[in-house]
Design a protein around this ligand. Structure first.
Ligand code: G6Q
Length: 549
């Protein structure tokens, strides 16, 4: 396997970086009135403006060359054709099959998976309709008003993010809640206001072995049974979503109330599968199918568009440019839409669990940076918190600004105010403020002498800070589906450039194993000898101060 640093284009990009590193974007804009149209494109209801990046046509040419050299087109083909590209777990990676509403068959190990996918969608349609129209009755014959999804990681963040993003599509009188944390507070606070007779739990776990999810599921069952006083009530109040039928039945959930999915759906790519059931309950199956259709639109664009007009490829390569040539280590996701407030958390998992790795598919240590630290919050809150560092700190932090043209909640001129901020921040990051501008402004304000010179240094913004701007017509099921798929494919492309397997997550194992050693010690009120003095000291302190629960 060729490593990034062994590529001819890599050496060329390093040389090109030396030539361009000090070029100001403001000069590039001044020299080219067509820069916006040259460096923007529209696909599947999303406008991507990437003109405020430190790039020229030759930069992109070299980046596309790098992608060709590392056989990106071949890898795209391998993913879509169901090859086992998740080599450490020996699995195909086929979340694209879950939204394939074309007639194209998709094979895994010689079998077309599409009939199974369509079958589960139909089951989701029936069950979600029953819950929404009141045909699904709780044990005491009452209709369901509250659905609580119990899951964590990939079985929580996607459904949570999408359900919250699509709140305008929720049915009145039916609420969906999400519980993930093993901290009993999460479940307790969620259940505090709910009526057991009108509450339905969805236990979402690919493996059905996850400690947090099973603990919360058992506690939820105990809460239900305490109120309804009959084991038989479980059948009317629990649905399971899993790949593990045996474990679901062992928990006591009727197989008729189980929705299945498959091992070729990675946890953090699973919101399109039965894991998306709470979304379907909240917004209805027609809207859920729109979400899938939006993602499918982006899949088809990604699969068929030439690299130079391919939105996920362009976004991925811009990230590579900053991470591997400018030395950036972080990526901010800044949605200017309250409904999209969980998007940064969702993308944090999607990106960091996929590409937070330092070993190539062949098992070689990388000698270059890989996945960035992904973070952010909904605008404009971040502006009053950490934007200071993005504007004037020493770090280069590429930012993705995301906003809808139309709001679901037009209050006076608030949407114009929101969007003026969405537009102003990338402009300010790019233009900055020179010492001369700062001096002129301060002089106009009557400030002079030493104080003037001091303030000039504080009020100068370096500028030349890169960003992408994405505009959706509105946050709808279809545009959201396309947006998520855009990022999924961006992450895939970056994984290919870095030579990683983006679809395993061994890094989460060690902590789990150690927690399993510590748990019995805590319960037995003793400290194991094999721990380091720090861990031992902390356990001792905990046990000494623990009050009986
Ligand atoms: C995602 C990860 C991880 C997983 C959770 C929950 O890609 O694999 O976040 O989704 O650990 O796992 P279960 O769905 O098996 O409970």
């Amino acid at each position: 396997m060729t490593k990034l640093t062994a590529c001819r284009s890599h050496a060329q990009l390093q040389q090109h970086w030396r030539e361009i590193a000090d070029v100001q974007m403001t000069d590039l804009f001044a020299a080219d009135p067509q820069r916006f149209s040259r460096f923007s494109l529209q696909e599947c209801g999303i406008l991507l403006d990437y003109s405020k990046n430190r790039i020229t046509e030759p930069t992109l040419g070299l980046l596309f060359g790098l992608a060709e050299e590392l056989d990106l087109p071949g890898w795209i083909e391998r993913m879509f054709s169901g090859e086992h590209i998740n080599i450490t777990e020996d699995r195909a990676v086929l979340h694209v099959a879950l939204r394939n509403d074309s007639e194209r068959p998709i094979q895994v190990d010689g079998e077309d998976v599409m009939p199974g996918v369509r079958g589960v969608l139909e089951r989701m349609e029936q069950l979600s309709a029953q819950i929404r129209n009141g045909d699904w009755k709780g044990y005491t014959g009452q209709t369901i008003t509250d659905v609580v999804n119990i899951g964590i990681g990939g079985s929580n963040l996607g459904p949570l993010m999408v359900a919250e993003a699509l709140r305008p599509y929720w049915q009145d009188g039916l609420r969906v809640h999400f519980v993930s944390n093993v901290d009993g507070t999460h479940l307790s606070e969620t259940l505090r206001e709910l009526d057991p007779a009108r509450t339905l739990f969805i236990v979402a776990s690919k493996t059905f072995t996850t400690q947090e999810t099973l603990s919360n599921a058992f506690s939820a069952r105990a809460w239900l049974l305490q109120a309804l006083q009959d084991e038989a009530a479980v059948a009317s109040h629990f649905i399971a979503i899993s790949t593990n039928r045996e474990k679901v039945e062992a928990f006591g959930i009727d197989a008729a109330h189980m929705l299945e999915f498959w091992d070729w759906v990675g946890g953090r790519y699973s919101l399109w599968s039965a894991i998306g059931f709470p979304i379907a309950v909240a917004i209805g199956m027609d809207n859920f199918r729109q979400l899938l259709a939006g993602a499918h639109c982006m899949d088809e664009h990604f699969r068929t568009a030439p690299l130079a007009q391919n939105m996920p490829v362009i976004m991925a390569l811009l990230g590579i440019w900053y991470i591997n040539y400018f030395g950036a280590s972080s990526q901010a996701i800044l949605p200017y839409d309250q409904y999209l407030r969980h998007l940064p958390d969702y993308l944090q998992q999607a990106d960091m669990e996929s590409n937070g790795k330092a070993v190539t598919r062949d098992g070689e240590a990388v000698d270059y940076r890989t996945g960035p630290i992904v973070w952010g919050t909904a605008g404009t809150d971040g502006q009053h918190a950490y934007y200071q560092l993005i504007h004037q700190g020493p770090h280069l932090i590429p930012c993705d600004f995301i906003a809808p043209v139309n709001s679901h909640n037009e209050l006076g001129d608030q949407h114009y105010k929101l969007i003026s901020n969405y537009l102003a921040q990338p402009e300010a990051l790019m233009k900055g403020r020179s010492a001369e501008q700062a001096r002129a402004e301060l002089t106009r304000a009557g400030i002079g002498g030493e104080r003037l010179e001091l303030l000039v240094r504080h009020k100068t913004f370096p500028g030349n800070r890169p960003s992408n701007s994405l505009l959706l017509e509105q946050v709808t099921p279809a545009s959201l589906g396309a947006l998520i798929a855009l990022y999924e494919h961006k992450i895939f492309v970056q994984g290919v450039i870095w030579g990683l397997n983006s679809y395993d997550q061994w890094g989460v194992e060690l902590g789990k194993e150690l927690a399993n050693i510590i748990l019995p010690e805590l319960k037995a009120d003793r400290t194991g000898a094999e721990h380091d003095s720090s861990t031992r000291g902390l356990i001792d302190h905990f046990l000494q101060h623990r009050r009986p629960g």
